[in-house]
Design a protein around this ligand. Structure first.
Ligand code: SAH
Ligand code: SF4
Length: 353
């Protein structure tokens, strides 16, 4: 059986072709649960669709709601593997000339089961790569959550590929998912509202750039020299800092936009002002937005969450030296929303059951 969410509407191949758009709107805009709810399609066609296609490749296994209203979802895939996604309500809407500009929600999605990059601070990396997600499984996370939270389809959402997995290690499925999500007859989420976060696979950054999808790029930098980055992120041995920055310089970015640099602050490891100083130097000439993230400790992790004063001092130094720098609000910290942690809790739950 094929997964309908794997395809762009024009690939459904329905006759007359007008049925393609009709069906897409039923799935993505009216949130149908069954092809029979696509009432404007003929009975025969609905029967054919039911035979050929499956509608939803995942189901909800667990969820946790945080005091700041973010919701973390644990999804079970057909082969029983699990991935997680987070719905984050945005605090503020930007209003320009009376028009609401920013989306009310951000949805953080996964691209793989596990991850082979093996970053030393990350829970997802501990399990290694189990498998890539299909485009359908990526798209389904967004569709399921919009439907579940009853977000009307016309309410824009931002998408961040910051859940489990390394999106650029699953580039084709991720690129296809971006296109499906952006299609006018589906969720119509502009690629400019979709951010792909990578640990820095330089070769694939260049490849993604050549695809000209119009997506935004976020780089998990986390260290300002190769010696430290090698230790935190083994991928740095294949693609060192210079090669990542060279790839970013070739990446097509909308003139009004910036490349986001995520900098995970690990207490006593990379949060000293000397690191901030080196960061300013390193990013010279790149239109960057630096997002400082507090390390979210998990069971058995060797790192510490840094003190607030140190992170604020780090941000202030960056800002004083002309960088656009912010501290990411640790949304959902009470439900341990950093990557891989809900899945880990579920495993522990199952172990005691
Ligand atoms: N693989 C991609 C995207 C998924 S990880 C990447 O690494 O960019 C998304 C972000 O979560 C990354 O910036 C990652 O460094 C960060 N992260 C991983 N473990 C974390 C933890 N314990 N606390 C806070 N952030 C974490
Ligand atoms: Fe993979 Fe990203 Fe976790 Fe590193 S931080 S192990 S790249 S998911």
């Amino acid at each position: 059986m094929k997964e309908i969410l794997d395809y762009l509407p024009e690939e459904y191949g329905l006759n007359p072709s007008f049925n393609n758009n009709q069906l897409a709107k039923f799935i993505y805009q009216k949130y149908i649960n069954d092809f029979d709810e696509a009432t404007s399609l003929s009975k025969d066609l609905r029967a054919k669709l039911k035979k050929e296609f499956n509608l939803m490749p995942l189901k909800l296994k667990n969820k946790q709601i945080s005091i700041d209203k973010s919701i973390k979802f644990l999804f079970e895939l057909k082969d029983k593997h699990t991935v997680e996604s987070v719905l984050l309500p945005m605090k503020q809407e930007r209003v320009e000339n009376g028009i609401k500009k920013s989306a009310k929600y951000t949805i953080c999605i996964s691209s793989q089961v596990g991850c082979k990059s093996g970053c030393s601070f990350c829970l997802t990396g501990k399990s290694g790569l189990i498998r890539n997600l299909s485009s359908a499984e990526i798209v389904a996370q967004v569709l399921f959550i919009k439907k579940y939270a009853q977000i009307p389809y016309e309410h824009g959402v931002n998408i961040v590929f910051m859940g489990m997995g390394e999106p650029l290690d699953n580039l084709n499925a991720v690129a296809k998912a971006v296109k499906i999500l952006a299609h006018n007859d589906t969720l119509a989420i502009s690629p400019r509202r979709q951010t792909i976060s990578t640990s820095g696979l330089a070769k694939q950054i260049i490849e993604l750039g050549k695809m000209n999808l119009g997506v935004l790029l976020a780089i998990s930098l986390h260290a300002v020299n190769d010696e430290l980055r090698d230790k935190l992120m083994p991928i740095n041995k294949a693609y060192n800092i210079k090669s990542v920055l060279d790839a970013i310089r070739q990446f097509p970015i909308d003139a009004r936009k910036r490349v986001m640099f995520e900098y995970l602050c690990l207490g006593g490891i990379n949060d000293d002002i000397s690191h901030a100083k080196a960061l300013v130097k390193l990013l010279h000439g790149i239109k960057a937005k630096i997002n400082l993230i507090y390390f979210n400790p998990h069971k058995g992790s060797e790192y510490k969450r840094p003190s607030e004063e140190r992170v604020i001092a780090f941000r202030d130094y960056l800002q004083a030296h002309g960088q656009n720098a912010t501290i990411r609000q640790s949304k959902g910290l009470d439900i341990s929303a950093a990557c891989g942690q809900l899945q880990d809790e579920q495993k522990r739950l199952e172990e005691v059951q």
